[in-house]
Design a protein around this ligand. Structure first.
Ligand SMILES: NC(=O)c1ccc[n+]([C@@H]2O[C@H](COP(=O)([O-])OP(=O)(O)OC[C@H]3O[C@@H](n4cnc5c(N)ncnc54)[C@H](OP(=O)(O)O)[C@@H]3O)[C@@H](O)[C@H]2O)c1
Length: 389
């Protein structure tokens, strides 16, 4: 039976991997309902034509004229603007990929969850900044939420519906990023080019910087505590440079179940696309003999304070994760623009968290207000740091 799919963030790293799986699928297995990007109209139009999508949307209205011109005569509907993104997410689809980067993906994730179906969640920031809301909307809409982040997908596979009472511990692995072995002095001088050059994974700019600061693992820690029935204190992070073991679950009887694979996002995306079945993926296979050994170590809290900040925000609860995420998005953006140093990213997040009350914001508008307030404070604090450095 043909399944209808919508890809939110189709032109990004996860979006393109998802499109590659659709390219490789047997004729008639999937039908593309809607594709959404921010402003990359050229790639969006090419994908829409190739997959005969019904609708293509750019969030940025400035890209609408170009999109319309690129789709002229194809019969594919073109639309633009934030409301059009939400309308695309609201259209019926059996399976939706949420792969917009940052809290910008929150509204469309909620809209897709509210109408039911399966939502493959790559956009971890929406779960970090609005977990209760996201999960409540998913429950109300009868949606199935499947984790696409490789670590959470691994844990989902290892848990495999087992009784939560038997789960002792969850372990998230981290590659350690490009600065795993750098000194603090070297990290202080790190450039955006060095920070986005991830040693193992090929990803978008924002998540690459998050990997370099290890904030990515902090966001994933919060994501794991929201998705799985395990309290924060029993979620551990280990640095594992080979990135072969993506996640592990330790059970009460001492068993440790892990999911392994090459670092290729097509594998966890395909798991969510075919679940509960499996489909063939042409990703490289893990050659354990060639790999030889698997190393694990505890992360260094002195060089990677972002992980501590995320754990503290999770422990503090209320709106603290929303503030953490918003401040991080601001600081990462400024670092990419060369207006902030690499080590300042975590410093700005920490100062923003200490400079704000973090009441529990219930409902979308209060969450967005808290997010906006945190962005304003983080920008001011970052400006002050940039001025003295
Ligand atoms: N990359 C990975 O391997 C990976 C792994 C696990 C989880 N994730 C998560 O998946 C999400 C996407 O990551 P990515 O690396 O794929 O990011 P990316 O390469 O930067 O792609 C982001 C996508 O979102 C679109 N977008 C950005 N702002 C938007 C807006 N306001 N409205 C609508 N669309 C918007 C972009 O469109 P344009 O191209 O037009 O700008 C692009 O399609 C992130 O939450 C990340 O943490 C990624």
């Amino acid at each position: 039976m043909t399944r209808s799919v919508t890809i939110l963030g189709c032109t990004g790293s996860v979006g393109r991997s998802t499109m590659a799986l659709l390219d490789a699928a047997p004729e008639g297995a999937f039908r593309v309902e809607a594709l959404v990007a921010n402003r990359d109209f050229a790639v969006l139009a090419e994908q829409a034509v190739r997959h005969r999508a019904r609708l293509a949307v750019v969030a940025d209205p400035a890209a609408w004229a170009d999109l319309k011109a690129a789709l002229a005569g194809t019969g594919i509907e073109a639309a633009a603007g934030p409301k059009a993104v939400e309308d695309a997410a609201a259209r019926p689809a059996d399976w939706t990929m949420a792969a917009i980067v940052g809290a910008a993906g929150l509204r469309s994730t909620l809209v897709a969850l509210a109408r039911g179906g399966t939502l493959a969640l790559a956009n971890k920031e929406s779960l970090v900044c609005a977990a209760e809301l996201v999960l409540a909307v998913a429950r109300k809409g009868g949606a199935t939420l499947l984790p696409v982040d490789s670590e959470h997908n691994a844990i989902f596979q290892a848990l495999d519906g087992q009784d939560p009472a038997g789960v002792e511990k969850i372990i998230l692995t981290a590659s350690g990023g490009p600065f795993r072995d750098w000194t603090l002095a070297e990290m202080a001088r790190a450039t955006p080019e060095q920070a986005v050059r991830h040693p193992v994974w090929s990803m978008g700019a924002k998540i690459s910087i998050d990997s370099a600061t290890m904030m990515n693992k902090g966001l994933e820690l919060i994501e794991a505590a929201r998705l799985f029935p395990v309290p924060e204190a029993r979620i551990e992070v280990l640095v594992h440079p080979q990135s072969a073991v993506h996640g592990l679950v330790q059970f009460a009887d001492g068993s440790l179940l892990a999911q392994l694979g090459t670092p290729d996002m097509r594998t966890p995306i395909a798991h969510a696309l075919a679940w509960p079945k499996r489909i063939h993926v042409a990703a490289p296979r893990l050659d354990l003999a060639a790999l030889g050994r698997l190393e694990f170590s505890a992360p260094d809290p002195r060089r990677f304070p972002a992980l501590r900040l995320a754990r503290e925000a999770l422990q503090a609860g209320g709106g603290a994760p929303t503030i953490l995420n918003a401040a991080n998005e601001v600081a990462v953006g400024l670092f990419l623009d060369r207006r902030l140093g690499f080590l300042d990213i975590a410093a700005v997040v920490e100062a923003t968290l200490s400079g704000m009350m973090a009441p529990l914001a219930e409902g979308l508008e209060p969450i967005l207000e808290l997010d906006a307030e945190a962005r304003r404070l983080a920008s001011r604090l970052a400006g002050a740091r940039a001025a003295v450095s």
